[in-house]
Design a protein around this ligand. Structure first.
Ligand code: IPE
Ligand code: IPE
Ligand code: MG
Length: 239
């Protein structure tokens, strides 16, 4: 009997290679980011059509502030217009959107945009789309730890009750299942501080394709790879 094709419930993506994509074409780096944002939009549709419930993309890391100010400014501008479009698309496609990361360092206007987007879309039951923005896995864990400690102090609770499950509820990904599949484009094979806690048991798929060139075919390849894996979670294979 032919085995049923497994579709990951949650795909996390490190979208990388926007700058190289632009350079190859003699264009400014920002042209790569613009094209990359179009690919994100397309992928929201493609993953949902493929049967994926959760998609989490890495848009801007806590380390990306160290890029030249002109690039940071251009990315922030692009993200702001992206979030505006996202509000329309979330309503149209019934997509719920959440931002992961420390948004307090973002421009006030963008923080307002994010709050509105999350509020308006919170009950939509189409794709659950997470955008990691000013996100760093270590930063998330430290912020979560501070909140957990503060809660305990204020409510007179003990630190002893902090289980893995309890601690997870203090992370930005509260209520979101861990990713099953991580995709990183552009040939790099590192985590760059992405979802350090949540990726504990994900399968990792790396492709040389630059993010702006990533398409439905590439997604299919990643899902094929996932199907070829034998997920164990520390146990042994049942035959
Ligand atoms: C990924 O593309 C997008 C962001 C990190 C914002 P890059 O900008 O890192 O592109 P490369 O790695 O320089 O090609
Ligand atoms: C990781 O990509 C961050 C995002 C995709 C937002 P980078 O291109 O910034 O990562 P490094 O610097 O190559 O590790
Ligand atoms: Mg990069």
């Amino acid at each position: 009997m032919e085995q049923e094709r497994k579709i990951p419930k949650h795909i996390a993506i490190i979208l990388d290679g926007n700058g190289r994509w632009a350079k190859k074409r003699g264009l400014p780096r920002n042209a790569g980011h613009v094209q990359g944002s179009r690919t994100v939009e397309k992928m929201c549709k493609e993953v949902y059509n493929a049967g994926v419930d959760y998609l989490t993309v890495y848009a801007f890391s806590t380390e990306n502030w160290s890029r030249p100010q002109s690039e940071v400014d251009a990315i922030m501008k692009l993200l702001s217009s992206y979030l505006k479009d996202c509000l329309k698309r979330s309503k149209k496609n019934n997509m719920s959107v959440k931002v992961l990361g420390d948004i307090s360092r973002l421009p006030t206007e963008m923080q307002e945009q994010i709050k509105e987007l999350e509020e308006v879309s919170k009950d939509f039951d189409g794709l659950h789309f997470q955008v990691a923005l000013n996100y760093g896995g270590r930063d998330e864990i430290i912020r979560g730890m501070h909140r957990a400690a503060l809660d305990r102090k204020e409510k007179g609770l003990s630190m002893e009750d902090i289980t893995e499950e309890e601690f997870s509820s203090y992370l930005d990904t509260k209520d979101i299942p861990d990713p099953d599949l991580l995709i990183r484009t552009s040939g790099e094979q590192r985590l760059s501080n992405y979802l350090l806690w949540q990726l504990a048991y994900a399968e990792f798929y790396f492709t040389d394709t630059l993010w702006p060139d990533f398409d439905k075919k590439e997604l299919e390849k990643a899902i094929d790879f996932y199907n070829g894996r034998d997920r164990r979670f520390g146990g042994i294979k049942e035959s």
